[in-house]
Design a protein around this ligand. Structure first.
Ligand SMILES: Cc1cc2nc3c(=O)[nH]c(=O)nc-3n(C[C@H](O)[C@H](O)[C@H](O)COP(=O)(O)O)c2cc1C
Length: 360
């Protein structure tokens, strides 16, 4: 049995001092050129003082045409390094590990931010207008993920997390619905996961075994391809390809609704897999100390706090001090967020896109 106060060692040798990691949280506060702003540093500083053992940055785009949010953090140019270094330094000053989430929006990047006609994905996609990447472009994308990881290492981050969820480009390559390529980056599950594997191999070769690689995947009880995803995860775990998995679920109680595993608890289906030295973290509805402990009881090694951190940036400290701790549930008044020092841009984003703010 594990407890929230227990430290945990990654295969890289780095130590998580407790079982709370900060989930990636887009906050739309970066400068237009993707460099970190004063607001980014202020928010990261608030979080760093809140007791997380690892801080993950917001999704940072590895190519300019992967930009999916206004005010998104970038990691595709040397000009981004100074701000990223400041973020890593903030995390380390508070005893937390620091991880950059590497992202490319693919078909869900935004026209208005990247220029019309610039949307790309594994295959042509009528619904978004994205066009299929050519083979050299896929190789360039792979290399740019690797370069971005090297950039994170130069900025003194302890590692990176690959964003393989929510339809963004890496998850689009994994899915048989969005990846209909006929070259070796498509076809069977081995082909569709090739890009991810080559990125991981490239990062290991470039950054060494002391630099962690995490992988975020989203799990859905309605996914007809769940057994295939589970098989892929089993291979990744068996081969120790990544140092941690960040598995997103709607809640710990979500059950499989289709196919082979109907009725089973979604999270158990993945935490039951033999995992070797890979750690498994769960993200989804961690809004209380008891909820976090329940995730550990369901076999996760640690939890990622997301909405809970937006409500109380010092969620871990509160949860570690009080077993009965629970955050208030959004929506909350805009003043609640402003009073805690969230910037106007962040509060607008919480209000317009996420339903975190009560109607006035
Ligand atoms: C404000 C906000 C920003 C988010 N930004 C990101 C992001 O940049 N990358 C990502 O993979 N997930 C992002 N997510 C998803 C969270 O990391 C998390 O997986 C999800 O919200 C489920 O956890 P929760 O129920 O604790 O909120 C975001 C969620 C919120 C609420």
């Amino acid at each position: 049995m594990s407890f929230l106060t227990d430290p945990l060692t990654l295969a890289t040798g780095s130590v998580l001092e407790n079982r709370f990691a900060l989930a990636p949280l887009t906050n739309q506060q970066s400068n237009d050129d993707g460099t970190a702003s004063e607001h980014d540093l202020h928010w990261f500083g608030q979080l760093a003082a809140g007791g997380y053992s690892m801080l993950t940055t917001a999704a940072a785009n590895v190519q300019s045409n992967g930009k999916s949010f206004a005010g998104q953090l970038g990691i595709y140019d040397d000009r981004h390094i100074a701000g990223l270094s400041a973020m890593a330094e903030i995390a380390h000053r508070h005893g937390a590990l620091a991880s950059v989430q590497l992202h490319h929006g693919g078909a869900f990047a935004r026209h208005d931010l990247i220029g019309s006609g610039a949307l790309v994905g594994p295959s042509d996609d009528e619904s978004t207008g994205a066009r299929a990447l050519t083979l050299p472009e896929v190789e360039q994308l792979r290399d740019d993920f690797v370069t971005a990881a090297a950039c994170a290492q130069r900025a003194d981050f302890d590692g990176i997390e690959l964003h393989g969820a929510f339809g963004f480009i890496l998850s689009a390559f994994l899915s048989p619905e969005t990846n209909r390529r006929t070259d070796h980056y498509g076809g069977n599950p081995d082909g569709r996961s090739r890009l991810l594997r080559e990125i991981i191999e490239g990062i290991r070769a470039s950054c060494g075994s002391g630099f962690h690689i995490g992988l975020r995947l989203a799990l859905s009880g309605q996914d007809p391809h769940l057994p295939e995803l589970r098989d892929m995860v089993a291979v990744f775990l068996e081969r120790g390809l990544v140092d941690y998995l960040d598995l997103v679920v709607r809640s710990l109680d979500t059950r499989v609704e289709v196919g082979l595993h109907t009725g089973e608890l979604l999270v158990d289906l993945f935490t039951d897999l033999p995992r070797g030295t890979t750690l498994v973290g769960v993200s989804g509805d961690v809004m209380s100390a008891a909820g976090a402990q329940r995730a550990l009881d369901h076999g996760s090694d640690f939890v990622f706090v997301a909405s809970g951190a937006v409500v109380h940036h010092d969620f871990p400290q509160r949860a570690l001090a009080d077993q009965a701790y629970e955050t208030p549930r959004p929506p909350l008044p805009a003043s609640f967020f402003r009073d805690q020092g969230r910037s106007p841009a962040f509060v607008d984003y919480l209000e317009e896109s996420l339903g975190f703010v009560e109607a006035r």
